[in-house]
Design a protein around this ligand. Structure first.
Ligand SMILES: Nc1ncnc2c1ncn2[C@@H]1O[C@H](COP(=O)(O)OP(=O)(O)OP(=O)(O)O)[C@@H](O)[C@H]1O
Length: 309
């Protein structure tokens, strides 16, 4: 059974159409990265899944339960890190986590959850003095209470320092390993690439891509990326001719001692052999893949800002 099934989901806010009939399936047990530029409709989608917002049209189910009519059953299985803080300044971190534990009828220890997110030493401080990153860590600890079957994390890396962001990724993987499904939105592409099994890309209220990252790479016609070879001197014509002659090479660019070659991944070794065969001495070999950032730009076509109409 799918963890989340979204069908023909539309959402209008007055004359603004935030979602234009999206379909999306998140399978049980996967880590799904939900990507899109500002204003694409990520938070709106999440808010409909959580029944914080009602759709204009379409349906959402979570583990087979309708998100609008079986909200309680859905929420019993969820851990949520919202995009806006729902913290109360005069309560301590421990009290917040205890509240989350109680609301799930769970028996976790607050300190253990706070330790997991790296703020155990601040357990008894009021959250009004917390930094942005500490609040984000606390919200994650609350989301983890009761070992939910589905974690929904809206922009989880907001405000986190590099260590916090790494911890967040580790926790996502740990949760997936115990069998949880993780659905998280982000525009920090490196975060998504490092941790997601599949991604969905939303632009202007429409899903423009939904796939494994490797398959998205293939789909934009770049199965291999590029190879940058650094020689001990500028390449000779015969060396360049040998590289151009390798099957699959689609482009060769020379900048002083560096030769950049566009070719499929499985032809990279042949390119290295070819240039060495002509007597070149290689000081460095760098293999680059299309990054998720490149893919994102391809699919969203630089889309930015508010949805019109
Ligand atoms: N309550 C609302 N009233 C009117 N328009 C809204 C409302 N909530 C969202 N929108 C509009 O819907 C569109 C999608 O917004 P949403 O917050 O879902 O995008 P997002 O992908 O989460 O963006 P971001 O990455 O900036 O958080 C935007 O055009 C936004 O202005």
């Amino acid at each position: 059974m799918a963890a989340i099934e979204i069908r023909s989901l539309r959402k209008r806010f007055g004359d603004v159409t935030a979602l234009r009939g999206i379909d999306l399936t998140v399978e049980e047990g996967e880590v799904f990265g939900f990507l899109g530029p500002n204003g694409a409709g990520k938070s709106t989608t999440i808010d409909v899944v959580l029944d914080y917002l009602r759709p204009t049209d379409g349906s959402v189910s979570v583990f087979g339960h309708d998100a609008q009519t079986e909200t309680k059953r859905v929420h019993e299985r969820l851990g949520v890190l919202p995009d806006a803080y729902g913290l109360t300044g005069h309560l301590t971190a421990r009290q917040h986590v205890q509240f989350a534990i109680d609301s799930k009828d769970a028996d976790d220890h607050p300190l253990e959850l706070l330790d997991r997110v790296g703020i155990a030493e601040a357990a008894d401080r009021n959250v009004e003095g917390f930094s942005k990153g500490m609040k984000q860590r606390l919200l994650l600890a609350c989301a983890l209470a009761g070992s939910p079957d589905l974690l929904i994390l809206d922009e989880p890396s907001t405000g986190l320092d590099p260590n916090g962001a790494r911890r967040m990724r580790e926790i996502v993987r740990e949760e997936a390993e115990r069998g949880a499904t993780v659905f998280f939105s982000s525009h920090i592409l490196g975060q998504v690439e490092a941790v997601a099994d599949r991604v969905g890309i939303l632009a202007d209220g429409e899903i423009v891509a939904e796939d494994h990252i490797a398959d998205l790479r293939d789909a934009v016609g770049d199965a291999g990326g590029t190879l940058v070879l650094t020689l001990d001197r500028a390449p000779t014509e015969s060396e360049l001719a040998a590289v151009r002659g390798v099957d699959g090479v689609s482009g060769v660019d020379v900048r002083e001692n560096a030769v950049t070659v566009a070719c499929p991944a499985e032809r990279k070794a042949a390119v290295v052999d070819a240039i060495r065969g002509e007597g070149a001495v290689l000081l460095d070999i760098e293999s680059r893949q299309t990054s998720l950032e490149d893919l994102f730009a391809t699919y969203t076509d630089g889309a930015e800002g508010e949805v019109e109409r």
